[in-house]
Write a protein of this length. Structure first.
Length: 311
């Protein structure tokens, strides 16, 4: 372990880990009490600030955007997850949000700080292929898309375990064409002329609110992933002379895009609501894990950071 007094990057990472580790039991305690905690949000914000300072110091020390190896990538993903979590909580301050999403950021920081060998934590010069202005554009957008998709999928996973004994009928703006068809049937049914459709505000259950938030978060993540794939293709053509080479990382990124495209299709076109699209979003967690961790660590393809089977 490096001397923390002379290695502020590592010290900030460990501080973020300690803060997130403190958040986890407090978040579950808040869930049991049924009330959101301002202290939990402040701790997550402090962890995000520590990760921000860590990435900035790494950037200054290395001279390039801090996302070129697995350590930096994991810290950036943790930063993105905590940022998305804070934005979601701003829309709906619920104790379920930190309870569902904090484990991902905590796991990223813990893996980066304690599991990776020191040689993979050290800053190193960029390889020639990464010395491009596309590094910031492509990789940062992809990592932010992963953060949004992870948070959105975890919120969908929480939907499956919330209000399990009740029917889940969405009443927000995220219901897609399914809700439109139901409203149309109500207005076109028998007696519609005598009794016009009445609209009134209805309070949403916890599961419905979670589903609405997960839908909006996944939508943002999907758009970012789309931009990241397009920019990656442009960068690949510039670096390797090919727009698409079916590299394992590219293939799994495409699979990830297709899974979440299917999720949005079922919501917007098929009119699925509630737990069925939540199952599809939860499956996306596995795809992201394989795309980000599995391919990278196995040392396969052009995008790998390498570890287990590097040459």
């Amino acid at each position: 372990m490096p001397d923390l007094l002379h290695d502020p990057v590592t010290a900030l990472g460990l501080t973020a880990f300690a803060l997130l580790l403190t958040v986890l039991p407090l978040a579950f305690w808040s869930v049991s009490g049924g009330r959101s905690s301002t202290g939990v949000r402040l701790l997550v914000a402090a962890a995000n600030l520590c990760l921000t300072a860590q990435l900035v110091l790494r950037w200054i020390g290395s001279g390039h955007f801090p996302i070129s190896n697995l350590y930096e990538s994991l810290c950036f993903l943790a930063w993105g997850c905590t940022l998305v979590q804070l934005l979601v909580e701003r829309s709906w301050p619920s104790p379920l949000v930190p309870a569902a999403t904090t484990p991902v950021a905590l796991g990223c920081v813990a893996f980066a700080s304690f599991a990776l060998p020191e040689r993979l934590q050290e800053a190193s010069p960029l390889v020639p292929a990464l010395r491009s202005s596309w590094l910031v554009m492509h990789v940062s957008v992809i990592m932010l898309s992963y953060a949004a998709l992870l948070v959105g999928s975890l919120l969908s996973l929480a939907v499956l375990f919330t209000d399990r004994g009740q029917d889940l009928e969405l009443r927000s703006s995220s219901i897609g064409s399914g809700g439109f068809r139901q409203a149309r049937l109500a207005s076109d049914g028998p007696g519609a002329m005598a009794a016009p459709l009445q609209l009134s505000s209805v309070s949403m259950t916890m599961a419905e609110q979670l589903d609405s938030l997960s839908y909006r978060t996944i939508t943002v993540g999907f758009l970012l992933l789309s931009v990241g794939l397009v920019s990656g293709a442009v960068w690949a053509n510039e670096a390797w002379g090919s727009w698409w080479s079916w590299d394992p990382k590219e293939t799994w990124a495409l699979i990830c895009w297709l899974v979440y495209a299917a999720y949005l299709h079922t919501r917007l076109i098929r009119g699925w609501q509630g737990r069925r699209p939540a199952l599809l979003a939860s499956a996306g967690l596995v795809v992201i894990a394989v795309c980000y961790i599995g391919v990278n660590l196995l040392g396969i393809g052009l995008h790998s950071y390498g570890w287990f089977f590097e040459g």
